[in-house]
Design a protein around this ligand. Structure first.
Ligand SMILES: NC(=O)C1=CN([C@@H]2O[C@H](COP(=O)(O)OP(=O)(O)OC[C@H]3O[C@@H](n4cnc5c(N)ncnc54)[C@H](O)[C@@H]3O)[C@@H](O)[C@H]2O)[C@@H](O)CC1
Ligand SMILES: Nc1ncnc2c1ncn2[C@@H]1O[C@H](COP(=O)(O)OP(=O)(O)O)[C@@H](O)[C@H]1O
Ligand SMILES: [K+]
Length: 487
C-alpha cells in the first residue's frame, strides 16, 4: 500500500509509531537499512558527478541511517569519508556502524573540495537542543564552500515539530524523510531549509501512521466531497447570497476584490453593502455585483431580516473599527457564516473574549489573520516561542470557536475541534496588495453556498493558491478572480 503523503506526523508521534512498528514484529534495523538505501539512492541520482560523499554521522539513529548510506555509496564506487561521532552503543546505529568499519574523523578535519556532497545524518527527529559550536562551524564552512547538502530526515538544527531552527542549521538541497512528512518540512522557514523533499516508504504500515492524527497537508481530499454542486435545478437564490461590506470612498476597492472573488466562486448573488460615502464610486465600478447603501446599525438590522442572505465578509478596507464591531455583532445574531478579515480583525484587538461570546454555538466564523493581525489579536500565542504555527492557529481556533486561517507562505487552517491543515504550495506571487481580500471573498462565496466552515476555508486557501499559479508571474490581486471558475 502506498504511503499517505498528506498526513503530518510530529517527531514525537513518529517515535511512537517506530515503537509500535517494532512491537508489531517489524525489524527496526530493517527500517534503518531501507532509510539509508533511500538516502544513497537520492545522492547517486541527484549528484551523479559528485567526487566524494562527506557523510556526517550523529550519535543516534539519524547517524545510523548515515552509516548505511555511507556503506552503499562506497560500494557504488564513490569516495566516502565520515565525520562526526561514534554511535551510542547497543542500538541499531551501532549495528550499522559495525557493518562499515573505518575512521570517523572530527568535524574540524573536513577540508571542502570541489565535487563534495554532504550527507547530513547528524540529528533528525531526536534534536533536542541547539547544535554545538563545532557543528555550527562546519555548517558555516559548508555554506561558504557552497557544498550541496542532502539531509537525512531533517536538516540538522531544524525542529521537525515547529519548522524553526533551534540554532545554527543546515540548508539542504534535498531532504530524504521516511514514512510521513513532519510539520517542520512544510512550516516556514523549514520548508526552504529542506529544499526538495523525498518522502520514502521504508515499510512502516500505513495503518500505524494514519492513527488518529488530525494534521494534514492541505489537499483536495479534505474538502472535495463538500464542494457545492451545480445541479440543473438551481436558481440564483439557491446558490447563496454573499454580502461584502465596503469601507469609505478612499478604501472601497478591497470590498470589490472580495465581492468579485465571491461571485466567481459561484455565489448566486453578491451585494456590496456600502457606506454612504462609497456608494457613488461603487456604482460606477459594479455591474453583476449589486449594491445596497447601509448607513448604520438600524439600516443593517432592517436588512438582516432577509433570511436569504447566506454569508458575510466584513473587514477588507472597512476603516471604522467601532462600526465594524457593531456590525459584526449583528451578523453574529443573524446566524449565518461570517468571514472576519483585515479591519474586522483589528476591531477586536483586546476584545477577543467578546468576539468568542458573539459566536458561541455551532462554528460559523472564519478569521483570516496575517502575521501582524494574528499578533494584534493573540499576542500571548504569538510570543510563545515553544509553539509551532500549527499550535498557535489551533489554540486561537479553540479560544474563538472559529476556523482560523493563519496566513503566510505556510498558511495554517485550524478548526476548534483540533483539525488543522498546512497549505504549502501557494506561489510567492500572492504576496501582493489585495490578495488577502480575494481570499476572504473566495471563502465567503463558498460559505454562502452552504459549504461547511473548515472545508470552505481549506478549499478557499487551495483555490487562492491555484488561481495565483494560473495567473502567472506579475499577477495583481485583480487577476485572481478570473481564474477561479476553472477550479
Ligand atoms: N521514522 C522511522 O521510522 C525511522 C527513523 N530513522 C531515523 O531515526 C532518527 C531518529 O533517531 P533518534 O531518535 O536516535 O534521534 P537522532 O538520531 O535525531 O538524535 C538523537 C541523539 O542526538 C542527541 N542530540 C540531540 N540534539 C543534539 C545536539 N544539538 N547536539 C548534540 N547531540 C544532540 C541526543 O541526545 C541523542 O543521543 C530519524 O531522524 C531518522 O533519521 C531511521 O533509522 C529509520 C526508521
Ligand atoms: N510568500 C508567500 N507565498 C505564498 N503565499 C503568500 C506569501 N505571502 C503571502 N501569501 C498569501 O497572500 C495573501 C496575502 O494576504 P494579506 O497579507 O491579507 O494581504 P492584503 O492585506 O494585501 O490583501 C495571504 O493569503 C497569504 O497567505
Ligand atoms: K539530519
Amino acid at each position: 500500500m502506498a504511503i499517505d503523503r498528506t498526513v503530518l506526523v510530529s517527531p514525537d508521534a513518529m517515535g511512537q509509531i517506530d515503537k509500535a512498528a517494532a512491537d508489531s514484529g517489524i525489524d527496526s534495523f530493517g527500517l534503518m537499512r531501507s532509510a539509508g538505501a533511500h538516502v544513497a539512492a537520492v545522492v547517486l541520482a541527484r549528484f551523479p558527478q559528485a567526487q566524494r560523499a562527506v557523510v556526517l554521522c550523529g550519535p543516534g539513529n539519524n547517524g545510523g541511517d548515515g552509516h548505511v548510506a555511507a556503506k552503499l555509496l562506497e560500494r557504488s564506487g564513490m569516495e566516502v569519508q565520515r565525520f562526526g561521532m561514534e554511535p551510542k552503543p547497543g542500538g541499531d546505529a551501532a549495528r550499522a556502524r559495525a557493518l562499515f568499519p573505518g575512521d570517523i574523523c572530527p568535524f574540524a578535519d573536513w577540508r571542502p573540495r570541489a565535487g563534495d556532497v554532504i550527507v547530513d545524518a547528524l540529528f533528525g527527529a531526536g534534536l533536542d537542543r541547539p547544535v554545538s559550536g563545532d557543528v555550527e562551524a562546519l555548517i558555516e564552512r559548508a555554506g561558504r564552500a557552497k557544498t550541496p547538502v542532502v539531509a537525512v530526515d531533517l536538516p540538522s538544527g531544524l525542529s521537525g515539530r515547529t519548522g524553526e531552527p533551534t540554532g545554527a542549521c543546515f540548508r539542504a538541497l534535498h531532504t530524504v524523510t521516511f514514512a510521513a512528512l513532519k510539520p517542520g518540512h512544510l512550516l516556514m522557514p523549514g520548508r526552504e531549509l529542506c529544499g526538495e523533499m523525498h518522502l520514502c516508504d521504508i515499510g512502516i504500515p500505513a495503518r500505524l501512521i494514519a492513527s488518529d492524527d488530525t494534521v494534514w497537508r492541505n489537499h483536495r481530499g479534505l474538502y472535495a466531497a463538500h464542494m457545492p454542486g451545480s445541479a440543473a435545478s438551481q436558481h440564483k437564490y439557491t446558490r447563496g447570497h454573499l454580502v461584502v461590506f465596503s469601507g469609505p470612498l478612499i478604501s472601497s476597492g478591497a470590498a470589490r476584490l472580495s465581492a468579485m472573488a465571491g461571485l466567481r466562486c459561484g455565489a448566486g448573488l453578491v451585494t456590496v453593502a456600502a457606506q454612504p460615502s462609497a456608494v457613488m464610486v461603487q456604482a460606477t465600478h459594479l455591474t453583476a455585483i449589486m449594491q445596497r447603501a447601509i448607513r448604520d446599525v438600524a439600516e443593517l438590522t432592517d436588512w438582516l431580516g432577509d433570511s436569504r442572505l447566506s454569508g458575510f465578509v466584513i473587514g477588507p478596507g472597512f476603516g471604522d473599527l467601532e462600526k465594524a464591531r457593531a456590525y459584526t455583532s449583528l451578523l453574529a445574531e443573524a446566524g449565518q457564516p461570517v468571514v472576519l478579515d483585515a479591519d474586522g480583525l483589528t476591531a477586536f484587538a483586546g476584545k477577543t473574549e467578546e468576539l468568542a461570546e458573539l459566536f458561541a454555538g455551532e462554528t460559523r466564523l472564519v478569521l483570516t489573520p496575517h502575521e501582524g493581525e494574528f499578533r494584534r489579536l493573540f499576542a500571548d500565542l504569538a510570543d510563545d516561542v515553544t509553539l509551532s504555527k500549527i499550535d498557535r492557529a489551533r489554540a486561537a481556533a479553540r479560544a474563538q470557536n472559529a476556523v482560523v486561517v493563519y496566513k503566510g507562505a505556510d498558511s495554517v487552517i485550524a478548526a476548534p475541534d483540533g483539525r488543522a491543515a498546512v497549505n504549502a504550495d501557494a506561489p510567492a506571487s500572492l504576496a501582493t496588495a489585495g490578495s488577502g481580500d480575494v481570499l476572504a471573498g473566495i471563502i465567503g462565496g463558498l460559505l454562502a453556498r452552504g459549504m461547511p466552515v473548515f472545508e470552505a476555508a481549506c478549499a478557499g486557501v487551495a483555490m487562492h493558491g491555484e488561481a495565483a499559479r494560473r495567473a502567472g508571474r506579475g499577477l495583481t490581486a485583480e487577476d485572481l478572480p478570473a481564474h477561479i471558475p476553472a477550479l
